[in-house]
Structure formats: structure tokens, C-alpha cells
Design a binder for this molecule. Sequence first.
Ligand SMILES: NC(=O)c1ccc[n+]([C@@H]2O[C@H](COP(=O)([O-])OP(=O)(O)OC[C@H]3O[C@@H](n4cnc5c(N)ncnc54)[C@H](O)[C@@H]3O)[C@@H](O)[C@H]2O)c1
Length: 354
Amino acid sequence: MSNGRVKVGFIGAGTISYLHELGYHDNETGELYAVADPAPGLAQSRKQKWGAQKAYTDYKELLADPSVDAVEILLPHHLHLPITLEALSAGKHVSLQKPMAISMDEGRQIAAAAAGSDRIFRVVENYRTYEPYMRAKAMIEAGEIGDLVTIRVMMVRGKGQGGFDTPPAAQSWRDDAALGGPAQSILDYGYHVTSIVTYFMGSIDKVNAMSDLDGPEGFTGIPAVISWRHTGGQYGNWNMVTAPDMMVRTSYYPLDEWIEITGTRGIIWINQCTGNMLGKPPVEIYRDGEMRSYSDMETDWGDSFRVAAHNFTDAIVNGTQPDMDGEEAVHALAFALGAIKSASEGRDVKLSEM
Ligand SMILES: NC(=O)c1ccc[n+]([C@@H]2O[C@H](COP(=O)([O-])OP(=O)(O)OC[C@H]3O[C@@H](n4cnc5c(N)ncnc54)[C@H](O)[C@@H]3O)[C@@H](O)[C@H]2O)c1
């Protein structure tokens, strides 16, 4: 941290790294210093494009570089556990992409290593740094809709228009459950849903799910209808479908989601996230017989990655804990894996069983 800014290394320079890099353009507390990726020529080309100082094909060399203060781990899921443990042992602060791991045992190992380390550890959750969600959270905390009663999440996956294509190399590890984990849409995409519903309504004690766990190829675990009870007693549900002929307006993945949160006095809707299918104001509220809408906010989903990177390097400089810590990430993992267990066994699953 020679110039007062945290020197960050990316381990993994695939699809999502390009959004993480946005977090280092105007970052007062951090700089992108090094990139590691074994794909031929990739680390070198990213280094040049991004103005980083070092490129490595072996992440172990990046971890051995004493100038690297912190790492962002942007890797296939089976590598999250071993490389997080190595990075913490090497004395680096760690930001790990979601889902933290593909089994409870792996997740708990990561959380225990983080708890036993004096380094900052977080599982990056960019939905929590998406401004419409942050705005809704502030309204809830200000008591705008009274006490929370229920939350409803809708996700539609269609065909994209102008967004990302997942390259074959990025799809192949996702198609192998030993590398990507089970029922991807519930474990992987679902990590966002879990983090968001707990962000708004607190922890969850049991889950019940119906899902075609093995289908469809390329994004298993969809369709699904998943319900749960929060520890505070409120119920929530999440409906996830594929609509193959539906055009999704997006600059990113071909899906979008909208959320409805009902309280004792009113309702808040957050009408967009990954895409912008509905074309409505990003946040609307019903209260006292009136609808109000809010559009004065950043709605680009990609911007949530920029804010998340700032939160990470600011936290390192300030010695604070950014979202989400190991314990909270284990809770999110238990919810997702609990939903998969529920769909497979046809019964309610208590998260304490996981
Ligand atoms: N927050 C989000 O919305 C979001 C979106 C997409 C992906 N992700 C997550 O980001 C992570 C990466 O996903 P992706 O889509 O970028 O995958 P990807 O396949 O596009 O990229 C992974 C990269 O890791 C590299 N890699 C493999 N083994 C390595 C090693 N030992 N050392 C260094 N690099 C290695 C590969 O060469 C590849 O370039 C996953 O955890 C995924 O779930 C999150």
C-alpha cells in the first residue's frame, strides 16, 4: 500500500472480471495492480488493457508477490475453497465471488479460515450495491412502509438483446456439477436472491422448494418456486422461469428480476436489476392511498460492481467489515443448498439441518 492505495490482484480474468475492473477507474483507496489467469495470453492482454503492473499465468506467483495487498477471486466455483485458503495464508485480504462454495463443508471451511485471520474477507454481493436496492432499503429503514410483512421475487430468463454471451469455456465448468455445483440457477444465481431477501428481511429459518432440479441444460434448477420463513416470522417467495422466446432488454445476462416488499403501511416495488424489461421507474412505493415513483438513481447493473470494489478497498483502509462476511455467506449458502434439498426430498428443510 505504498501510495496509500490498496494494491489488488485479480485471480481469474474471465467474463466477470471486466465488470470488477470498473471498480478501479476512480478508486481513491485501491488500484488494480496484478492479474493472474492460466488461459494463454489472457493475463498479459488484460494487464495491458487495464494498465495493471503485473501479469501472471500462475496465481501462486501473484500470491507470492509482496506488493499485492488484496485479491479478488473470480474463479470457477470448485477453486473458491483452495485458493481462498491459500490467499488468506499468504496474508492477503480477500474478496471472493459468489457462491462462496459448492457445499456446506467447503463454505464452513472458508468462514472458519476467515474468522481466524486478521485479514478482511468478504463474499462480494453486487446486488447489495445496486442503487435501487439500496434506496429501497433506506426507505424501509425510515419506516416508509411500516413493519415488513412479506417479500416476493420474480425472475425471468429469456433471450438477450445486446448483452453478454457466455463463452464455451465459461459454460463448460458450469455444466459439471463437481466444478460448478448443483442446480446452478438456485445455487449460483440464487445466491443473489438469498443475499437480497436477507438484506431486506433478515435471516431465514426454513425453506420449501419445487424445482426441475436437473433441467434445463446450461442453467439447471429452473423452473423453481421457492418459499421460506424468515426468523422474524414473515414468509417470502421466489418464482424463477425460463421464457425462451422472450426478448430481455439487457446489457448483461439475458434475465431480469423484480421484487415486491409489503409492509403494514405500504408496498415497495423494485422494478429492474440485471436488465430493464418492464421499463417502469426503478423504485415505486404505495402508501396512504398514493403511488410515488423514484427514478433519480443509478440503474446500470454494472455500476453495482464499481461500488462493491470501492466498498472492499475502503474497508481495508478503514479496518471495517464489508458485506458479506463469512458467517452471512454460509447462511446464504445454507438457504440455497436447503432449497435444493427441499426440492429433491419434497419437504420443508430447516436451515439448521444444513
Ligand atoms: N455477481 C455476478 O453477477 C456474477 C456474474 C457472473 C459470474 N460470477 C461469478 O464470478 C466467478 C467467475 O465467473 P466467470 O463468469 O468470470 O467465469 P469464466 O469462466 O468466464 O472465467 C473464469 C476464469 O478463471 C480462470 N482460471 C481457471 N483456473 C484458474 C486458476 N487456477 N488461476 C487463475 N485463473 C484461473 C479461467 O482461465 C477463466 O479466465 C464465478 O464465481 C461466478 O459465479 C458472478
